[in-house]
Design a protein around this ligand. Structure first.
Ligand SMILES: [Fe+2]
Length: 259
């Protein structure tokens, strides 16, 4: 699965437009500074390293984040219409969706994903990208928060909790937030649930798209192989049927009745 150059560019301008239309003042200035600085790396970053995960291709990161922004707003609407208490703004929701995977872009020194130079791992295990071992290890979420901090981008409590908990219970460190069995430690906003659902949806739908693309691709290969086979068969048939001797050999080989 690959995005065209045009799709990559369109996704990037869509992302910048969302940022410019959602935020304002000093926060917008700082966000634009960060996005300008990270542009070269962010535009090409994948969303994961393994092709059977999701969006493990050039431009996959931005593509994934755009899905999460889109699905967050849709999922949020369902929660709202179903009677949920929404104590955060769309701006807060979009901020958290936009930055929940920011750490996948890398840190100030280097990118997080680098192309896998092992042909064997690419072919046999689908490990298209590998982690850059030149940069300091941090969880993706920690690196997201660190990067925002480096650019002086402040966030609200709900924005922080939203992006911090987007992975739901798939991240062990989130357990304490999600299993607040004591009333006092409960999550006091639905923003984390909405983001987690949106992120899950995006991840699984991106996987489905990859799988479907793969099937379409192998169907195409099968069709063209069959075409070649048919063309070769016809050529052989024509050659043999030109002479009577050859016709006999042909009939013997392919079992057609003599006329
Ligand atoms: Fe994500």
């Amino acid at each position: 699965m690959q995005l065209t150059e045009q799709q990559i560019q369109d996704n990037w301008s869509k992302m910048r437009t969302i940022i410019n239309n959602t935020f304002s003042g000093e926060r917008l200035e700082n966000l634009n500074k960060m996005y300008d600085d990270l542009e070269d790396r962010m535009v090409i970053a994948p969303a994961s390293g393994k092709e059977h995960f999701h969006n493990a291709f050039v431009g996959g990161y931005v593509d994934h984040v755009l899905h999460v922004v889109d699905f967050s707003l849709k999922v949020n609407q369902i929660w709202k219409d179903s009677g949920a208490h929404i104590n955060y703004t769309d701006e807060e929701l979009i901020f958290a969706a936009l930055h929940h995977d920011l750490g996948k872009v890398g840190d100030l020194e280097g990118e997080y994903y680098v192309p896998n130079d092992s042909d064997w791992h690419r072919k046999n295990q689908g490990l298209i990208f590998k982690h850059n071992d030149e940069i300091q290890y941090m969880t993706v979420t920690d690196r997201s928060v660190f990067l925002l901090n480096q650019y002086g981008i402040k966030m609200s409590k709900w924005e922080y909790l939203g992006l911090r908990l987007t992975d739901g219970m798939y991240e062990d460190a989130n357990k304490g937030y999600y299993t607040g069995y004591i009333h006092a430690t409960r999550l006091r906003s639905n923003i984390a649930y909405v983001l987690h659902q949106a992120d899950m949806m995006a991840t699984h739908i991106e996987y489905d798209r990859w799988e479907r693309g793969d099937k379409v691709e192998s169907e195409k290969v099968k069709k063209s192989v069959n075409k070649i086979k048919d063309a070769v068969d016809t050529e052989i048939k024509e050659k043999f049927t030109k002479s009577t001797d050859a016709k006999d050999i042909f009939n013997e080989l392919f079992g057609e009745a003599k006329k």
